[in-house]
Design a protein around this ligand. Structure first.
Ligand code: MG
Length: 359
């Protein structure tokens, strides 16, 4: 087979038309001509930028330290193996960007750059790959981040599953900002940016696991702009975390243990959309343990709670923000739920795996 010729990587990319039904072949992982073909004609078409297209083995961030002198650098990394790849309200590409953007934002930082690692399975549809990369590019534009280094590997058919994406994020927090899961304090108000459990139910529905039709869509969204607006309005935010795998309950137990505090939630204040609640009742699931991909839990001093809620509600991803509980005192880390019936129940972390490959 003769190798096609490739445009200079540093010149503007001129995509070659790919044949309909094109699939990932083992040769796309060779590191040779076919890999370059895939990178130039597929990956750079969607994710390209000056740093990525330079075609080096790594990204040189020339003036970054000068530009952010005095700031704190924040780094996070996350693997994404969600199945199916595309689900109501999102896909693995949007998830891979938002998951890492949000983890960087949870320390009060603004993410700036991502790296991405794509594990492709032989036989995977290049049309579907392009759809996912286009969605990834949209999410990057929305979050105002760029993918500046990337890698692709191909496994033989059956040795992986269509597509896995790992992303690493780099961002910057202002000097002196100290937002941490260790910083929840007795007297803090506990807020949540919106209704819970939508991602978990949307993925179950996409798998055909519900057994009935539901209109629930995943909440997958970048929260960095909401976090910036919140931190501008309330400089004294103590802790932020996105309640992803394991849901709200697991996330709050983690923070309670990290900070050595007790948290009391008011069940009647926890926002859950009616279709999510109905699906949970039918399936015997607890929405407090379902995954979310576009929600944040916020700990602020009680006197700042209303200002924080108002700032969050200004952002479309926080329009339904609510105060759901409070930090009641010091302990070895306890989460209590005051139920709608007036009883109090102890909540623990999710035991085992409720829904594998949810993110
Ligand atoms: Mg997280």
């Amino acid at each position: 087979m003769t190798e096609p010729t490739y445009p200079n990587l540093q010149s503007p990319v001129c995509p070659l038309p790919l044949p309909a039904g094109a699939q990932i072949l083992i040769g796309h992982g060779s590191g040779g001509g076919m890999t370059r073909d895939l990178i130039v004609n597929v990956f750079q078409k969607y994710l390209g930028n000056a740093i990525l297209n330079a075609g080096n083995d790594s990204a040189l961030l020339a003036d970054e330290l000068t530009r952010h002198a005095g700031s704190q650098m924040v780094v996070s990394t996350d693997g994404h193996v969600v199945s199916p790849l595309i689900f109501p309200g999102g896909d693995i590409g949007r998830l891979a960007v938002c998951g890492t953007v949000n983890d960087v934002a949870m320390l009060g930082a603004q993410p700036r750059y991502l790296t991405a690692n794509f594990i492709l399975e032989e036989g995977f549809s290049i049309t579907e790959l392009e759809q996912i990369l286009a969605s990834m590019a949209d999410a990057c534009r929305e979050a105002e981040v760029e993918i500046i280094a990337a890698d692709t590997k191909v496994t033989e058919k059956g040795k992986s599953d269509n597509l896995f994406i790992s992303t690493t994020g780099i961002g910057w927090a202002p000097a002196g900002r100290s937002i941490s899961g260790q910083n929840a304090r007795p007297g803090d108000a506990v807020l949540v940016s919106g209704p819970l459990g939508n991602h978990g139910i949307a993925v179950m529905q996409a798998r055909g696991n519900l057994g009935f039709q539901s209109e629930v869509r995943s909440d997958t969204a970048p929260l960095n702009h909401l976090v910036r607006e919140l931190c501008d309005a309330v400089p004294d935010v103590h802790a932020l975390r996105d309640p992803t795998r394991g849901g709200l309950a697991t996330t709050l137990v983690e923070i309670a243990r990290q900070s050595g505090v007790s948290i009391l939630l008011d069940e009647s204040e926890i926002p859950i959309d009616v279709p999510v609640r109905s699906a949970c009742e039918l399936l015997g699931l607890d929405p407090l343990y379902l995954a979310n991909e576009g929600k944040v839990v916020v700990f602020v001093p009680e006197e700042n709670a209303e200002t924080a809620l108002a700032a969050m509600r200004e952002n479309k991803y926080g329009a339904q923000a609510r105060r759901i509980g409070q930090v009641t005192g010091r302990s070895d880390g306890r989460l209590l739920l005051r139920t709608a019936l007036g009883t109090t129940r102890v909540l623990d972390m999710l035991a085992g795996e409720m829904l594998p490959r949810i993110c």
